[in-house]
Write a protein that binds this ligand. Structure first.
Ligand code: NAD
Length: 479
């Protein structure tokens, strides 16, 4: 596969040197990838502007755009095994996740947005002004800068690219520096599908490339997924320049386990919800509010299940839990575990790095804390690793307050056999997505995004079409 950058239909090493991307399970270098410079960003944006204005792209009928997206979906599907392997060796996620979630979700997104390309309608409205006809059109925003994180590199890139292209925009994408490979391979497939040169450009590199993209005056919109800290910086910069901006940021999802919950189902669902991709999931279930009468039973079962998980290289079929993305991420998780112990939380299992064979990679044992209280940092801050906290509660009337006592508002889950209890809580919890009795799922048709410090705007569904278009009002004088 190509490991250069794609700018205006040409693969280029750029001018800023290279950086290494490593396999988190072994530490080995997988590839040297260009460190994009401000000049590379400028060239990519220039190519995207030219493509946006070209007859080849702007003049393409919606049905032809749809066919291109369907072709990209087919190519991803035809190359699914290779893409899944690439995601696993660059990001670390078990092959079962890359082949069972990441790649199929990317295919689904391209097909779903291919469907929308021919259905992006405006409205007519009966105005009170006399003798006018009024209608609206949805038009593409222009050149969109797409900046993605390292936890689900391919899937998150596709959440942005598919709706951006379905609506007729052109894009410059900057993948996370830890995990650039699947995005580069995707760009090759997009090229192979016949998407015109300059419509999709990729500039690899670190935060400076992201900053240059956000600051570029010809970029009309930024769609960013990543940390809340960086999201704030981007929102401030975009605000000054009055660029459109969508932000998918961090989370600290509460999991409410009512006294009547099916504990075994809750343990299984929370284990998956909390430890999928080693907890490197923005919607990961992390704070478990369990009725005090069931808390010991829940904690013991959760800890036993976590302890029994098989940790290892994601390419090994037996692996249930892969490595964390980088050694820095392991240090961050370990620091939080030490903070939890110092704050008085009870370590029920885990709390150590991988040893023996695992010491070569970025492994951390799944960790469960019991007796956690609301004020502890492990209950308040996003850890983004395999650390689960159980917080027993006595009074169900306090649950809404406890769940909402956080800066974040991305996802939440409620476990109860009583539909009234579950649905009342679902209405009261401040989160972009609430699950009832299930692990966190994603679907191209289901709007995704956060309240409060978890973000601005929504991806997926019709919401992403809105996010990548401008509404134009057209008035005609009939007098
Ligand atoms: P990050 O914010 O450090 O980096 C994300 C991307 O932004 C990377 O490509 C990075 O190079 C770039 N970047 C960094 N600084 C920048 C700057 N100043 N200007 C422009 N670009 C910059 O996040 P991460 O560590 O890669 O990812 C983990 C975070 O992403 C977690 O907080 C997680 O919750 C969040 N996330 C959210 C969602 C969601 O849907 N809400 C999904 C996945 C991950």
């Amino acid at each position: 596969m190509r490991t250069e950058m794609l700018i205006g239909g040409k693969w280029t090493p750029g001018s800023g040197g290279t950086f290494a991307t490593r396999n988190p399970a072994t530490g080995e270098i997988l590839a040297e990838v260009p460190e994009g410079s401000a000049a590379d960003v400028d060239a990519a944006v220039g190519a995207a502007v030219a493509a946006f204005e070209s007859a080849e792209w702007a003049g393409l009928a919606p049905a032809s755009r749809a066919r291109l997206l369907l072709r990209v979906a087919d190519l991803i599907e035809e190359n699914a095994a290779e893409l899944a392997r690439l995601e696993t060796i660059d990001q670390g996620q078990p092959f079962g996740i890359s082949s069972g979630i990441s790649i199929p979700n990317a295919v689904e997104h391209f097909r779903y947005y291919a469907g929308w390309a021919t259905k992006i309608t405006g409205i007519t409205a009966p105005l009170s002004a006399p003798d006018v006809d009024y209608r609206t059109r949805r038009e593409p925003v222009g050149v969109c800068g797409l900046i993605t994180p390292w936890n689900f590199p391919l899937m998150i890139a596709v959440w942005k690219i598919a709706p951006a292209l379905a609506t007729g925009n052109t894009v410059v994408i900057k993948p996370a520096e830890q995990t650039p490979l699947s995005t580069l391979r995707l760009a090759e497939l997009i090229e192979q599908a016949g998407v015109p040169a300059g419509v999709v450009n990729v500039v690899t590199g670190g935060p400076e490339v992201g900053r240059a993209l956000v600051a570029h005056p010809a970029v009309a919109k930024i769609s960013f997924t990543g940390s809340t800290e960086v999201g704030r910086e981007i929102a401030a910069e975009a605000g000054r320049a009055l660029k459109k901006v969508s932000l998918e940021l961090g989370g600290k999802a509460p999991s409410i386990i009512a006294a009547d919950a099916d504990i075994d189902a809750a343990v299984a669902g929370n284990l998956m919800g909390g430890l999928l991709n080693s907890g490197q999931v923005c919607a990961a279930y992390t704070r478990f509010y369990v009725d005090a009468r069931r808390a010991d039973e829940f904690s013991e079962k959760l800890a036993a299940a976590a302890r029994s998980m098989t940790i290892g290289n994601g390419l090994d079929a037996a692996t249930q839990l892969g490595p964390l993305v980088t050694p820095e991420q392991v240090d961050r998780v370990d620091a939080y575990v030490r903070i939890g112990k110092a704050e008085g939380a009870q370590l029920l299992t885990g709390g150590t790095r991988g040893d023996g064979e695992l010491a070569r990679g970025n492994f951390y044992r799944p960790t469960v804390f019991g007796g956690v209280t609301q004020d502890m940092r492990i209950a308040r801050e996003e850890i983004f690793g395999p650390v689960l906290s159980v917080l027993p509660y006595d009074d169900p009337d306090q649950l809404v307050e406890l769940a909402n006592d956080t800066d974040y508002g991305l996802a939440a889950v409620i476990w109860s056999r009583d539909v009234r209890v579950a649905n009342r809580l679902a209405q009261q919890v401040r989160a972009g997505t609430v699950y009832i009795n299930m692990p966190p799922f994603l679907d191209a048709a289901a709007a995704w995004g956060g309240m409060k410090a978890s973000g601005l705007g929504r991806e997926m569904g019709w919401e992403a079409i809105e996010a990548f278009t401008e509404v134009k009002s057209i008035w005609t004088n009939l007098a």
